[in-house]
Design a protein around this ligand. Structure first.
Ligand code: DGJ
Length: 744
C-alpha cells in the first residue's frame, strides 16, 4: 500500500473510535432559523432541515437531488406539538415517539433531552466531505454533534454522533446510538446476514411489518457471528440484484450492537444503529465527550449489486479494510492439516509442499506455545505465549527461517484476549479475568476464560503478546488473531462497582487501543481477524485487519453461501478462503478438488490441509490453479463484483464475476451444487462488461475439457450481456472459471 494512503487511513482511524475527551465549555444557543443541510455524494443525497423550533429533521435519503430546498417548505405543514416526521437524532423527551437514539439521565435526574440546532460546518478530510451539525439541549448544558462523512465517488455516507456533557455533574448515557435514518415507502424488505457458527452470513429476507425488528448481539467477543451488524433494505419490493431502491448499512463496532428497524404508525421506517445499550449504562463525567462508532451507509437505485460495489469501493479506497491495496499472499495454514500434532519435521514437510505447489506463505496455527501447560489440545496453555520447546526445540525462528529459505513468507496464530484456567498466567493474574471479581462460579467455553481488556495493564499484556510473538523471528509477516469465546458472565475486576455496566464499551475501546498500538508499531504486518470463524467480520475490526476468516466451515458447498452473503457488505479482499480436505472436517461433505479451488479462488486463496495426502495429480492441479490465481488476483481482489446468480434462487447454482474498473478483464465463477436435470443449463448474462468492446473467453482450471462451446472465441460485450453464456453444468459439484479479456 502506498505510504500516503496508509498514513491517511491511520489519521482517519485515530479520529474514529469511541473515547472520552475533554470538551470546551462555551455556552451554545439554539438557532431556529429554518435551513436545509444536504449531505451529497456523486449520485445520492441525504437531506436534513432545521424546523421552526430548531429541531433537526431527517427528510430524505436517496437518489441525488438537483435542488433540496423544497424540503424547507415542508416545515409549515409540520405540527410541532405532534411530530409525524422523523427527527435526525431521536431523543427521549424530544418531540418524538419513535425509539430514542439518545436517552440520558441528566445530572439533575431529568430523563428528557430536547436537542436544537446551533450551527453546522462543512470541511474536507481526505476524499471525504464532512458535515458536522452542532445540537444542544434546550435546558441543560449538554450537546450532541452529528457527523456525516460523505465519500462522493463511492456514494457512501459514514455517520456517527459525539455526545458532550457540560453539566456540573455526571450524565448517565442509557441509549447512545450512532445515527438514525428514516425512509418512506409502501413496503420495506429487510435482508439480514447471520446464522450460526459454521453457517455465518446466511441471508434472510423478511418484509417489515408494524413494530420493531432488531438485529443485535450481547456476546461482546465474536459478537457478530450469529447476527452481522449490517443490512440491506429494499424499498417496495424484495431485494433484487440489479433493480430497485436499496439502502445498505453496516456498523463499525467490535462489541455488542443493535440495529433496529421500526415501522411506525405513519408507515415511516426509522433505522437506528449503534452500540447495544443492554446492560451498558455509561457514565459521562463533566467535560467529557463520548464518540459513538461509525455507521456506513449507501443508497443504490440499481439494486443490491450497486450497493455492494459502493461498499466495496469505500472499504478498499477509504480505509474500511486495512491496507486493502496490498497483495495478499496465497498460503498454507497448518490447522486442518496438522491441528496440535506437529513437530519441526511435520511443519518443514508442509512448507516443502507449499513451496512446491507455488503457495506464497506458511501459517502455523494453534499449538506452538506453553511449557508448564503445553498447548497440545484446547484444554490448556492460553496466556503462556512462550514457544513450547519440547515440541519446537529450535523455536519459531527455525520454522520461519526454513519457510523463507523456500521462498515463502511465514505467519503465526495467537489468541491474546483469552486465558486458560490451566495456565501460568491464570495463577499469576486472577485479577485479569473477566468475571473473577463477582465471586461466582466461573463458566468456561472451549476451556477458556477472557482477559479484561478494559484494564490498561491487560491492554499492555495483549499488545505484548503480539509484540513478543513478532520478536520470535525476524521473518514473521502475518498474524492470525483468534478469539474463541464470548462473554457470558460479565464483570470487570478492574472497573469500580459503579462502573461495571461500562465494561462492554470499555472492552471494545481497549481492543481498539491495542489494535492502534499494533498498527503504529507494525504497519505492514498482515493480520487476519478470526473469532471461531466469522466472529469478527465487521468494519470495526477490519479497519485494523487486512482480512477475516469468514467461517470455520471450509466445506466448499457451504462456502458458496457464506461468501455470497459476505460479498453483499464486505469486499473479496478481506475474505480468507481456503481449500481443505475431504471428507470435510465440519460437514463430512465430499467435493472435488477443482470445485474447492474454484470456490476458494473467488476470495483470498489459501489451503488448509495436509498436502502429503494429495495425489501427484491433485498436486499438479493445485500447482496450476495457484499459478492461475496469482495472475487473476488483481481482478478478483480489486475488480467490481457482479453477482450473476444467487445460490438461494431456483436452479441450485451460483455465479459471480469480478470486472476490472476499466472493463478490460473479467473473471467469472460458476458453481453447481446439486444435480440439476439433464437438459438444464446455467443461463448467465454477464452484466458488468462493456457492451462496446469485444472479449475473448477462456476457461481456466480445466480438468478434462472446457465446458463451454465458445471456448477461446471472441464475443461482443453486448452479446455476453444480452444473450450471455449457457453453461452445461448440471451435475452436483461441477464448476467453471472463465477469464474474459478485452481484445479491442
Ligand atoms: C478457531 C479458528 O477459527 C480455527 O481456524 C483455528 O485457528 C482454531 N481456532 C485454533 O484453535
Amino acid at each position: 500500500m502506498k505510504k500516503f494512503t496508509l498514513l491517511l487511513a491511520m489519521a482517519l482511524l485515530s479520529a474514529v473510535p469511541t473515547s472520552a475527551k475533554k470538551a470546551k465549555s462555551e455556552p451554545l444557543t439554539i438557532d431556529p432559523t429554518p435551513r436545509v443541510i444536504e449531505i451529497a455524494t456523486d449520485r445520492t443525497s441525504m437531506v436534513l432541515t432545521v424546523d421552526e423550533d430548531g429541531s433537526l429533521m431527517f427528510d430524505y435519503y436517496g437518489k441525488k437531488l438537483d435542488d433540496p430546498t423544497p424540503f424547507l417548505s415542508k416545515k409549515s405543514y409540520r405540527r410541532v406539538d405532534f411530530c409525524t416526521d422523523p427527527m435526525a437524532y431521536i431523543t427521549q423527551g424530544g418531540r418524538e415517539q419513535r425509539q430514542a437514539s439518545l436517552a440520558v439521565t441528566h445530572s439533575d435526574g431529568d430523563l428528557n433531552t430536547k436537542l436544537g440546532y446551533v450551527s453546522h460546518t462543512v470541511d474536507s478530510r481526505g476524499s471525504a466531505v464532512v458535515t458536522t451539525v452542532q445540537l444542544t439541549d434546550s435546558k441543560m448544558p449538554f450537546d450532541v454533534r452529528l457527523v456525516y462523512e460523505a465519500y462522493p465517488s463511492q456514494d457512501v455516507i459514514v455517520a456517527h454522533s459525539e455526545i458532550t456533557n457540560r453539566e456540573t455533574g455526571d450524565v448517565r448515557l442509557r441509549n447512545y446510538f450512532s445515527a438514525n435514518i428514516s425512509l418512506t415507502a409502501d413496503r420495506y424488505y429487510l435482508t439480514q446476514f447471520g446464522g450460526a457458527w459454521a453457517r455465518e452470513m446466511s441471508m434472510f429476507e423478511s418484509e417489515l411489518t408494524r413494530g420493531i425488528k432488531s438485529i443485535s448481539s450481547q456476546k461482546q467477543v465474536r459478537a457478530v457471528q450469529l447476527e452481522n451488524p449490517s443490512f440491506m433494505l429494499s424499498l417496495n419490493r424484495p431485494l433484487d440484484e440489479n433493480t430497485g431502491e436499496v439502502v445498505a448499512g453496516a456498523l463499525a463496532w467490535s462489541g455488542n450492537f443493535d440495529l433496529s428497524f421500526e415501522v411506525d404508525d405513519f408507515d415511516i421506517l426509522n433505522i437506528r444503529a449503534g452500540i447495544n445499550p443492554y446492560s451498558a449504562e455509561y457514565t459521562l463525567h463533566t467535560g467529557e465527550t463520548f464518540i459513538t462508532p461509525d455507521v456506513i451507509l449507501t443508497y443504490s437505485g440499481e439494486g443490491a449489486g450497486e450497493a455492494s460495489r459502493n461498499l466495496h469501493d469505500w472499504a478498499r479506497e477509504c480505509g474500511g479494510v486495512y491496507d486493502a491495496e496490498n497483495a495478499c499472499p496465497t498460503l498454507l495454514n497448518s490447522w486442518e492439516g496438522a491441528y496440535f500434532d506437529f513437530d519441526p519435521t511435520v511443519l518443514k514437510h508442509m512448507i516443502d509442499d507449499a513451496a512446491d505447489m507455488g503457495l506464497e506463505m506458511f501459517v502455523l496455527d494453534d499449538g506452538w506455545f506453553g511449557n508448564e501447560f503445553p498447548r497440545n489440545s484446547t484444554k490448556q496453555g492460553l496466556g503462556d505465549w512462550q514457544v513450547n520447546l519440547a515440541k519446537l526445540p529450535g523455536g519459531i525462528d527455525e520454522i520461519a527461517s526454513y519457510a523463507v529459505s523456500k521462498g515463502l513468507k511465514f505467519g503465526i496464530w495467537i489468541e491474546p484476549e483469552m486465558i486458560s484456567p490451566r495456565s501460568e498466567l491464570a495463577r499469576k493474574h486472577p485479577d485479569w479475568v473477566v468475571g473473577r471479581n463477582t465471586g461466582r462460579e466461573m463458566t468456561t467455553t472451549r476451556n477458556q476464560w477472557i482477559l479484561d481488556l478494559s484494564n490498561p495493564e491487560v491492554q499492555d499484556f495483549v499488545f505484548g503478546v503480539f509484540d513478543n510473538t513478532m520478536k520470535l523471528s525476524p521473518h514473521i509477516s502475518y498474524i492470525k488473531w483468534d478469539a474463541n469465546r464470548h462473554v457470558e458472565n460479565t464483570g470487570s475486576p478492574y472497573l469500580g462497582a459503579d462502573e461495571q455496566s461500562m465494561f462492554w464499551v470499555k472492552y471494545t475501546q481497549g481492543l481498539y487501543n491495542v489494535y492502534k498500538r499494533i498498527r503504529e508499531a507494525y504497519p505492514d504486518v498482515i493480520i487476519q481477524a478470526c473469532a471461531s470463524g466469522g466472529g469478527r467480520v465487521e468494519y470495526g475490526a477490519l479497519r485494523y485487519n487486512d482480512e477475516a476468516w469468514t467461517s470455520d466451515n471450509t466445506d466448499a458447498r457451504t462456502r458458496v453461501f457464506i461468501q455470497y452473503g459476505t460479498s453483499h457488505i464486505y469486499p473479496s479482499v478481506m475474505m480468507g478462503s481456503h481449500v481443505s480436505t475431504v471428507p470435510n472436517h465440519q460437514t463430512g461433505g465430499i467435493t472435488p478438488l477443482k470445485f474447492r479451488f474454484d470456490v476458494a479462488m473467488s476470495g483470498r486463496l489459501g489451503m488448509e490441509l495436509q498436502p502429503k495426502h494429495l495425489s501427484d495429480k491433485e498436486k499438479a492441479f493445485a500447482r496450476n490453479a495457484i499459478a492461475t490465481y496469482k495472475q487473476l488476483r488483481p481482478t478478483i481482489m480489486h475488480g467490481d463484483l457482479y453477482r450473476l446468480h444467487s445460490p438461494y434462487e431456483k436452479g441450485n447454482y451460483a455465479s459471480l464475476m469480478y470486472v476490472e474498473k476499466d472493463k478490460s478483464r473479467a473473471v467469472m465463477f460458476t458453481y453447481c451444487f446439486e444435480y440439476r436435470g439433464r437438459d438444464t443449463v446455467c443461463r448467465l448474462k454477464l452484466t458488468g462488461l462493456d457492451p462496446e468492446r469485444k472479449y475473448r473467453l477462456r476457461e481456466v482450471n480445466v480438468e478434462d475439457k472446457p465446458v463451454f462451446w465458445g471456448e477461446g472465441m471472441v464475443f461482443s460485450g453486448e452479446y455476453l450481456i444480452d444473450e450471455g453464456v449457457n453453461l452445461p453444468l448440471t451435475k452436483r459439484y461441477t464448476s467453471a472459471v472463465f477469464v474474459l479479456e478485452a481484445v479491442e
